[in-house]
Design a protein around this ligand. Structure first.
Ligand code: SF4
Length: 120
């Protein structure tokens, strides 16, 4: 059975595969490609690799060029791993079902988007 490490990040459960690195003698995380297979928090914020190339909205806190998400002021780094969440409004994912007007029978005040258990 493959070893994994579990994280709960802003409402998303992630199971990250581990690989034993003989050189360092440590288990290293195999971070999924979140660009190829996007994962969103229930609020629609994308989960991203800390070293992901900065997008057009990236801004560093000190005004220096932002090279990756980890250097961006909108990125919320999760401790102990190279995964975090982008909080930029322009990067939020609104599911198509959220745009549908509720009918009278469906007139409820609850919405759930893009959450659940994610395995890689
Ligand atoms: S954290 Fe968000 S806004 Fe910042 S560079 Fe990454 S994707 Fe762009």
């Amino acid at each position: 059975m493959k070893k994994t490490r579990r994280y709960s990040i802003e409402g998303v459960q992630l199971e990250i595969p581990l690989h034993y690195d003989e050189l360092t003698g440590k288990e290293i995380e195999i971070i999924p490609d979140f660009i190829e297979n996007p994962v969103y928090t229930p609020e629609g914020c994308p989960v991203l690799f800390t070293g992901e190339d900065a997008c057009e909205y990236g801004e560093s806190p000190g005004g220096t060029p932002c090279i990756d998400c980890g250097a961006c002021r909108f990125y919320r780094q999760m401790p102990g791993t190279l995964i975090g969440v982008c909080g930029h409004q322009q990067k939020r994912h609104i599911s198509s079902t959220d745009k549908v007007q509720p009918t009278k029978e469906d007139d409820k005040d609850e919405k759930t988007i893009g959450s659940g258990n994610i395995k890689f």
